[in-house]
Design a binder for this molecule. Sequence first.
Ligand code: HEC
Ligand code: HEC
Length: 222
Amino acid sequence: MANANGNAVLDSMDERVKACTICHSAEDKVGRDAYYPRIAGKPQGYIFNQLRNFRDGRRYYQPMVILLENMSDEYLREIAQYFSSLQLPYPDPERIKMQPEEIKLARHLIYSGYPKRNIPACSACHGDILMGVEPAIPGLVGLSRAYITAQLGGWRNGGIMRAQTSDCMSEIAKQLTESEVNIVAKWLANQPVYGKPSSFDVLSSELVDRCSRTILENGGAE
Ligand code: HEC
Ligand code: HEC
């Protein structure tokens, strides 16, 4: 960054991300029911892709668009790397009451899917322990119910086309009923968080091709 005279201004990473951590790092204060998603510790390529999506108008959240609009890919990549390497404690799981049949349905959808409806198991892409897969698939635990519902709802309603290329997640969300979305969001928000994202080789070739090989393998790097 340069000021009006072209001189370099102080640009440590802590300075750079101050504008972000107002919303993204006060996990201990905000707690899980807040809508702000956690970004610390997420796969680097995933964070990078989302930053580009916000900047380039594929994902909408005005306060972030304003911050990101003049940032280069290089700059966004460094920010992504910074947040990806941050290790912050996770908040406690939410405690949302669920009926036994809801828990059964959530577990079935997440670990087995409904192949007849073209819905793969969520865990097949998001990892056995649902912590995501490096470098570009995010985890599904450690997120609030409100946030998960909003993301899946946005895809179902066709309002979000955020992926860089073929939007596999949007196709899957469109197969889910509103009631399935609500049940899955409750179940996920109730889970404790442990472990790390899995490595790319756990993904089947078929599922990789269903999304985008370049994105899932390289996280958007050229
Ligand atoms: C005013 C609060 C606010 C500020 C400031 C802010 N964010 Fe966000 N951020 C949000 C919200 C809310 C969302 C979810 C938006 C949505 O519905 O898609 C989000 C989403 C994200 C995501 C996607 C998370 C995911 O799991 O998909 C990333 C990455 C991110 N922000 C990074 C940043 C960075 C980097 C900055 C600083 C340059 C920043 N944010 C500044 C509130 C904020
Ligand atoms: C074929 C692989 C695949 C399957 C199966 C899959 N997902 Fe995804 N999911 C993705 C990818 C890739 C992304 C990241 C999209 C992007 O970059 O915007 C994603 C993102 C998400 C997000 C957004 C997370 C965040 O931090 O914003 C949610 C929520 C989600 N998936 C839920 C689910 C659920 C629930 C299921 C099972 C019904 C599922 N996914 C099955 C590939 C998959």
